[in-house]
Design a protein around this ligand. Structure first.
Ligand code: GLN
Length: 447
């Protein structure tokens, strides 16, 4: 742990961490050492790692990348933190992220942008950009992330690491600060699929404090790591390889697909006809849920409160005006609008119908194949500042990741090489519900 803490200190220019607490980490590491000396053999005992700053951890500042929670010390731990603590993992710190997980570049953080370790002029992706950069720069071997519309997969792709968002309901959302509750899902980020499987074993499991937690028997996500790929059917969704996909990304994916063929997999052509509608549907549903989830930040219960105000309404207004950044305000306004009387049917209800059609598209595709392969993002990491003036341009970059969250499916990002600018390319593996072990096994065989 000391070595990693020193490495984190030497890489502060990446801005990957919001909080590092040497004393707390070293105490946890000492306890792990003592347990190991006493014969404890838990696989992750004493392994240094980091949490995205969205998981409440008792006694730790939990900011969610926002000024609103800059002064918030969590009074309890999320289920994910409890589970990681119980596994003997050593928390070295809390990673930077887009404010309330809204963003695709990590530039929306109150604590400033994270830099991509491969190229300091590039974004690391978002919203789990701090976790991705920290793993890529070897500041921690693994980290937690969350994925509402791509926030584990896209930063993993941009930083050349592996990340998995499991089936909705696999990892408890208890104590994970809510963005869009019907889409939010925690997951694992690490160098390899094998490490992701080992971390997911710790993070996943039924939790009665999350009403959408899946009541399923706990599983060992490492079980398929050494399975042969012979005869497995990989579907390539036509719409994910259409206009807008950069040539260098496509070339890296094609090369990876050729490797999987050599490993015995069979490639089939499939169609997900409603792919384009994922962006408008997501950017109605996610803000709608965010506008209600974020109403709790009112200056009364916890977090920031404006210093000067005239009565209760003024206090609410000033607190929220000061505490939230521009992108968060944009989402709250959009969300309140699409939910409002007179517009609800036209926007929100319509988006819910599209969501069902997208989920149906995936089920039709899975009749013809076992998993789907696609790019994670249409291009490699863009330059810091390149898309900050145009939010819609940023939203369009999420085209390949959003459908998975709308359908609740598991998906992961696997590094498959580099683009013409030397920045990493990630390939997405999408599985059917509860398909994580098989997907991790495929990635492991390739790696
Ligand atoms: N880029 C998407 C958004 O801004 C997804 C973010 C996420 O998965 N948390 O909403």
């Amino acid at each position: 742990a000391t070595q990693y803490l020193d490495r984190i200190a030497a890489h502060q220019h990446l801005n990957a961490f919001i909080t590092v607490d040497r004393e707390k980490s070293l105490a946890q590491a000492a306890a792990a050492d003592a347990a190991r000396a006493a014969g404890d053999t838990r696989p992750l005992l004493g392994v240094p790692f980091a949490h995205k700053d969205i998981f409440c951890a008792e006694g730790w500042k939990t900011s969610c990348g926002s000024k609103m929670l800059d002064n918030f010390i969590a009074p309890y731990s999320s289920n994910v933190v409890e589970r990681c603590d119980a596994a003997g993992l050593v928390t070295l710190g809390r990673t930077n992220m887009d404010e309330f997980a809204m963003g695709s570049s990590n530039e929306n953080s109150f604590y400033g942008a994270v830099k991509n370790p491969w190229d300091l002029t590039a974004v690391p992706g978002g919203s789990s950009g701090g976790s991705a950069a920290a793993v890529a720069a070897r500041l921690v071997p693994m980290a937690t992330g969350t994925d509402t519309g791509g926030s584990i997969r896209q930063p993993a792709a941009f930083c050349g690491i592996t990340g998995i968002k499991p089936t909705y309901g696999t990892v408890s959302r208890f104590g994970m600060i809510a963005y869009a509750s019907s889409l939010d899902q925690g997951g694992a980020m690490a160098q390899t699929a094998e490490d992701c499987a080992i971390l997911l074993n710790v993070m996943a499991g039924f939790d009665e404090r999350d009403s959408t937690s899946l009541q399923q028997a706990s599983e060992d996500y490492t079980r398929d790591l050494n399975q042969s790929l012979a005869g497995l059917k990989i579907g390539l969704p036509r719409e994910y390889f259409a206009d807008g996909l950069a040539d260098d990304v496509r070339a890296a994916i094609d090369a990876a697909v050729a490797e999987f063929k050599k490993l015995g997999a069979i490639i089939v052509d499939v169609s997900l006809p409603n792919t384009k509608m994922a962006i408008p549907a997501y950017y109605v549903i996610a803000p709608a849920e965010a506008s209600t989830n974020l109403s709790r930040f009112d200056g009364v219960r916890y977090g920031h409160r404006a210093a000067d105000y005239n009565g209760l309404n003024d206090m609410y207004e000033k607190t929220r005006a000061e505490g939230f950044g521009d992108e968060v305000k944009r989402r709250i306004l959009t969300g309140a609008y699409v939910l409002s009387h007179g517009y609800y049917d036209a926007y929100y209800l319509q988006a819910q119908k599209i969501r069902r059609m997208i989920a149906n598209d995936f089920q039709a595709a899975f009749k013809e194949c076992d998993v789907l392969f696609s790019p994670v993002s249409p291009s490699t990491a863009w330059n810091l500042g390149e898309k900050t003036a145009d939010p819609v341009a940023m939203y369009l970059e999420d085209i390949y990741t959003l459908g998975v969250n709308l359908a609740g499916l598991p998906a992961m990002s696997v590094p498959v090489g580099f683009g013409s600018n030397g920045r990493p390319v990630g390939m997405q593996i999408i599985g059917n519900y509860a398909g994580e072990s098989r997907m991790l096994g495929m990635a492991h065989q390739y790696q």
